[in-house]
Structures are given as C-alpha cells and as structure tokens.
Design a protein around this ligand. Structure first.
Ligand code: NAD
Length: 700
C-alpha cells in the first residue's frame, strides 16, 4: 500500500495550497508534487522508510530531477515543504559520512549536493520554504536557497554540524552570512545552537511566522513578493569589508578557543578562516566551503564524532520498548537519590522519595525545584514536575511502585537490611534496583526472595549532567527485568551501558588507575597543575586532580580500597598524605580544601607550574586504556563500542578521540603495548599490558 502524503497532510490539516493534484504519483520515492489553483507547484519531502526527513544522496538526486521537471512546467512559484509531522528535515544523512577517507570522493559528493542547492537557488520562479519542527543542517541550507522562508511557531532552525566536527557543507556558510547579520550567522554555525521561530524572524532568517491555517495566505503573499524581511541592514553590509571581518574573526577565534582546542576541534576555526577570507565573495566562499568541508569530513575528529553519534543511537537502541514503569520509588534522598528522583519526576514519572532524615528530603525537594526552574520552559511545566515528586517520609510509595531505586550510603549491611524491609512490601513483578558504585550485586541479592527482579542502576554524579547509566547484571537477574531497566534508562533520556557485576563495574574500574596515577605523580613532587594540564591537553574535560577533588577524596579512597581488596591486579597504595587529608576532612571542592585549595569555589592554581613532559599524558591515559582492555577480556562487557560509549558519555573521555579503545586502535595497538611495557619497566608492574591486547591486536 502506498503512503498517501496528501491524505496524511489533510488529516493533520497541513496546508498545501488546495486544488487537485496534477500527479498523485511521481516517479520519485521521496518526493511528492502538486500544482495548486494559483499555478504554484508544491514539492513535498517525505523520505521513504523513515520517520524523519534526512537528505541522503538519493533524496538530493531525486530533488535535482524533480526541479528540472518542475521548471519545464513553468509554474508561477515553487513551495518546498515536508510531509513528516516531526518537522522539515533534520539534515544530512550522517550514515553517509561514516568511514569516508578519500578526499576526491568526498569532494565529488559535496559538489553534487551543491549543484542541487544551486539549482533551487536559481529556480526560474519565486520560491518559498514552509518550515515546521526541526529544520537543521542541510535542511536549513536548502531553505536558504529559497527566496522566502515561512515558519510555523514550532520551527527550530540551526546548524548542528559543529557537533560532528564539521561546518555547513551545502552552501550554508555563504548563504547564511549573505541573508542575515554575518556575526549572527557565524554564531549559529560556531555554537550549533538552534533558533526558535520567533528568534529566526527577529534575525531575518525567516520572513514570517504563521499558524498552519495561514500558511496558504503567507505563501501567496511571499510569491507576490509582499513578504520581505529586511532585518540585515547596515551591519551586514559593513561586514562585507575585509578589515571589519578580520576584527570580528579575531574576536570569534578568541571566544572559540575558550571552548575548543584548535588541534582537537578544527571545524570552528576552519569556518572562521573561510568567512574571514571570502565573506564578501559568495562564489569564492562556496568553492572554499567545498574544500574545507571535505577536508574536515575525512579527518579523525569528524570521523570519531560521527562514530559517537551512532554509538549514542546504538546505546539508545539497547533500551528499546516500553519499560512498563509508571511509578518510581527512591530510597535515600542524599546527593544521588535526591537527584535521581528529581530527574525521574522531570521526565514525567510519578516519583515518591523516602529518607530517614527529613532534612535530606527537604534538601532534595529544594534542589529539584531549582532544577525544574532551570530546565522547564514554563512555570506550569516546572509546577507539574514538582507535583510528580512526592516526599514520602512513611514509605507509602513502595507498594505502588513499579521500580524501587535504593540510594542509601555505600554500606553492604545497611542495604541488605533495607531490602529485607522493602521487598516484602513491593508489588509482584516490580523491580528493585541499587545505585551502588562498588558493591557486588551477588553479595547484595543473597537474602532476596526475588533475586531475578534485582538489578543495578548505576547513575553518575551530577545526575542531571551525566548521560550514562550502567545497567548492572548479576548471575540471578531475569532478562526481562534487565530489559525493562534499560528501557527505563532510555525513557528518562539517559544512555544505558549494560555491564556485568564486577568490582567498580566499567567506568569506575577504568577511571581509578587514572586517578591513582595522578596521586602517585603528586607524591613524586609533580605539580597538580602540570598533571591536570597533561590530561587537558590530551582532551579530557578536566584533569584527574581536579576531578578527584570534585568526586571527593573520601569516595576515591573508598573505591580504590574496594578495588584493591577484590581484584587480583597490582593496585598501588594511596599515599599516606592523601589518607591524612581524608581524616582531616579535607575532601575536595565541597570542603574548600583537598588536593587544591579553593576560594569562592575555584581552585587556586600556580600559574608558574612547569609544562608536562611528553610521558605524563601516557602515564595517565594508558593505564585507563589498559583497564578497558582488561574489562573486555574479563567480559564486564564484550563490546568495545560500549566501553568507548560508556567512557565518553560517563567520564567525558576526549570525544574527538572516539573513546579509549578507538584511541588505542588509531594510535596502534602494538605501539600502545610497547609504551605500556616501557612504563612498566620504569614505574612499576601496574603498567604491565593486559593479555587482552592480544585480541585487539590486528583488530580494527
Ligand atoms: P549520601 O550520603 O549523600 O545519601 C544517602 C542518603 O541515604 C542520606 O540522605 C541518608 O539520610 C539516607 N539514608 C541512610 N539510611 C537510610 C535508611 N535506612 N533509609 C532511607 N534512607 C537512608 O550518599 P550518596 O552519595 O547519595 O550515595 C548513595 C549511593 O549512591 C551509594 O551507594 C553510593 O555508592 C552511590 N553512588 C554515589 C555517587 C556519588 O558521586 N556520590 C555516584 C554514584 C553512585
């Protein structure tokens, strides 16, 4: 049965000019066309077999043919619209970017896309794009080829390419700076931030914002040229001069450098160069855009970021389906439990929160209110979220909950006692989850009646920022309970990493050698600033010393202790002076004293600290990579992609390097192994390369 976009659009009351279709069927898989009563041609993008429109090579080729055909029919005007309820288009088909290595091949592909855009730009009649929902990347670039853009109030327009290590590559660089204030256009491309319909109207990116019922009238006005948004004014014209652009470009470079290292993320800098050199000359800028985009696309940064884009999808796919969870009950309203409950309520779940300490409950609700205030678009939404979060000092939520999450202090006996009191009150089939970060689930489930309904849901701190949740298995867990737990993680907009119960699970186990090595370096007299800089230069979001202070030295020492007691591998002792700091209550950022001293929440750093030597980064990073290889060998997960995803989304491991396993493979497994052996000779057995490297060697 063919999908009838016209009926679907009628059902959704979408405007397309009225009149009978000239052709109900076209030879195209992804496009539909219809001529309205005013002799205006409406072409509708409705990508086959896809919930959203993406601009694959096939979609663009069809558009080229369609435009030629429509031009021959000499319409009075042309309207471009989407047939998908979700929106206009989300941009390029990113899967076509994967694994591209040949510059010539990429340039050819990009040139073909430009030919389509140019054809729309030069179409021999007035053109308009009608935009609803997401209009991103290539979608926005196509709309920029039209003479007019009419947005619906729900439209969101943006250039997200920079998040994939790219800049616009289908004419967006020169068409955007030509249309609106170039600094505004450059900011959109450099930050990847979307504009709402209203913001787009204000900046001149669209000519009008109308409700659906006024679309046909707006199109008529546009095609008769009554609709013109002339917001660009003098500033845009001034920016066409070289010296003004040079000044503005330098400012942009300085600002960009605060966020991204040019060696790690070259795209924004390439875009600034492009505009500085050619901003006044669209033809030259188009030529340079093709070269620059192609060059970026075959580079390591873009390829790794594209890979992570799909890894995110893959992890979401692990939580496919309905978790059948409506009510969540959280036990423990401390740093983690309080924030987990708040996040669940924010994401639409009825949530009860229990704690023996009423102050903890009060504190958690106050933190939740502040979170909702920041995250929710309207006061009404924030109020609704707060209504869903119910402080429950008597634990009445337990029998009603489909999922109970325990987040009390990291103490085996306390947790087991709470399970003994809670499990008999839970409804049949409900899931009991623990947020433990280091206790083996096998030892926690021993006295449970239904160990098959028991799983680990290991959230990371701060819950509202960290996207990863480890979903922890154990030898007695039922697959449907684990599947529901994974689906729940996705339902609260987090990424599940399925892991086997093992000391430290995945992320903490891999992170610990990195933090410990940093402490040993400090013990050797290396300045904390030098150590942190080595990690930051590698691309970590923060150095290990500052991270240890953020996590809290007490927690670091505890987790290291648990790992040392339960693992059969050489884990060095924590230096005495660190233990002393913990005893003295100098736990890190929160107590204003830790490895750094803090003033107004900021660490006091010595600007004179020497630069790190080349070995420092290897000493920090390679033990973490070695631990990842060991985890894989031991089967904590058997998927290297999950290791990479967990480390990037759970710790911020340099995203442009694609994750620790990808990094090792790119650098060369043999070389990494040799370096580890050299470090082992020099610094100790803890660097000994794991046997698991054998399996990676030669792998891709
Ligand atoms: P926390 O000390 O901040 O909070 C624990 C809360 O549990 C307190 O409010 C306390 O009053 C409450 N509590 C104690 N006994 C209770 C009982 N019998 N019934 C109900 N509530 C009780 O601890 P946290 O940092 O939130 O850690 C909680 C769990 O999460 C631990 O297992 C920890 O390992 C894990 N975890 C912590 C972090 C982190 O960074 N803090 C990260 C991941 C996982």
């Amino acid at each position: 049965m063919t999908h009838d976009v016209w009926t679907a659009m009628d059902d959704r009351k979408m405007e397309f000019g009225g009149g009978a279709p000239v052709e109900s069927e076209t030879p195209y898989r992804h496009w539909k066309r219809r001529r309205d009563d005013n002799d205006v041609e409406w072409i509708i993008l409705d990508k086959a077999d896809s919930r959203v429109n993406v601009l694959s090579a096939e979609v663009l080729m069809e558009l080229l043919n369609l435009l030629e055909e429509v031009a021959d029919a000499r319409p009075r005007g042309l309207v471009l619209r989407s047939g998908k309820p979700k929106g206009f288009t989300v941009g390029a088909d990113v899967s076509e970017f994967k694994g591209m290595t040949s510059l010539a091949e990429v340039e050819n592909k990009v040139r073909r896309a430009h030919a389509v855009a140019d054809m729309l730009d030069k179409f021999p009649a007035v053109t308009a794009a009608v935009i609803h929902g997401m209009c991103l990347g290539g979608g926005l670039e196509l709309s920029l080829c039209c003479d007019h853009r009419i947005a619906l109030p729900d439209a969101a327009l943006g250039f997200p390419e920079v998040k994939l290590g790219l800049h616009p590559g289908m004419g967006g660089t020169f068409r955007s700076v030509r249309l609106i204030d170039p600094v505004d256009a450059m900011t959109m491309m450099l930050t990847g931030k979307n504009k709402t319909a209203r913001q787009a109207l204000k900046s001149g990116l669209v000519d009008a914002v109308v409700e659906e019922r006024h679309v046909a009238a707006a199109v008529r006005a546009a095609l008769s040229d009554e609709l013109k948004n002339k917001r660009r004014g003098m500033k845009g014209a001034a920016m066409n001069t070289g010296p003004m652009r040079r000044m503005a470009a330098n400012k942009m470079r300085t600002k960009t450098r605060e966020k991204a290292d040019p060696d790690h993320y070259p795209a924004p800098y390439a875009l600034i160069d492009l505009w500085e050199a050619h901003g006044g000359d669209p033809k030259a800028m188009q030529k340079a855009e093709i070269a620059s985009f192609s060059n970026l696309l075959i580079g390591d940064t873009a390829q790794n970021l594209v890979r992570l884009f799909f890894l995110r999808d893959k992890m979401k796919g692990l939580g496919y389906g309905d978790p059948a969870i409506l009510h969540v009950h959280v036990i423990g309203a401390g740093a983690m439990g309080g924030d987990i409950a708040a996040w669940c309520a924010y994401k639409g779940f009825q949530t009860t929160l229990f704690d023996v300490d009423l102050n903890a409950l009060g504190g958690a609700v106050a933190r939740a209110a502040s979170l909702f205030g920041k995250k929710c678009d309207t006061d009404a939404e924030a109020r609704d979220a707060l209504d869903r979060l119910i402080p429950d000092p008597t634990g009445d939520g337990v029998p009603r909950a489909d999922l109970v999450i325990e987040a009390v202090p990291e103490n085996h006996d306390l947790k087991v006692k709470i399970y003994g009191e809670t499990e008999p009150r839970m409804k049949a089939g409900a899931i009991l989850a623990t947020n433990t970060s280091s206790i083996r689930l096998e030892t926690l489930r021993e006295s449970l009646r239904r160990p098959d309904r028991f799983v680990g849901l290991h959230f990371f701190n701060p819950v509202a920022k960290m996207h990863l949740v480890e979903v922890v298995d154990h030898d007695g867990a039922a697959e449907d309970a684990l599947a529901a737990a994974r689906a729940f993680v996705v339902a609260i907009d987090r990424l599940p990493a399925p892991v086997r119960s093992a000391p430290g699970f995945l992320v903490n186990r891999a992170l610990m050698p990195y933090l410990l090595e940093a402490l040993l370096m400090m013990d050797e007299g290396i300045a904390p600033e030098t150590i942190d800089r080595a990690a930051e230069d590698f691309g970590m979001p923060m150095g290990p010393i500052i991270l240890a202070d953020k996590v809290g030295l007490g927690i670091c020492v505890d987790v290291a202790g648990v790992l040392r007691d339960s693992l059969d591998e050489p884990i060095p002792d924590i230096p005495d002076w660190v233990n002393q700091k913990v005893e003295d209550g100098h736990l890190g950022e929160k107590s204003e004293k830790g490895l750094y001293v803090y003033e107004d929440g900021k660490p006091k750093k010595n600007p004179e600290a020497p630069d790190p030597d080349p070995e420092t980064a290897d000493r920090l990073i390679l033990p973490m990579v070695n631990a990842c290889v060991r985890l894989l060998r031991e089967g904590v997960t058997d998927d290297p992609e999950i290791v990479d995803g967990a480390m990037v989304f759970g710790t911020g491991f340099a995203p442009f390097r694609g994750g620790p396993v990808q990094y090792a493979q790119k650098r060369g497994v043999a070389e990494v192994r040799e370096t580890l052996s050299r470090l082992a000779d020099r610094h100790g057995e803890r660097f000994q390369p794991d046997e698991g490297w054998d399996r990676l060697e030669g792998g891709s």
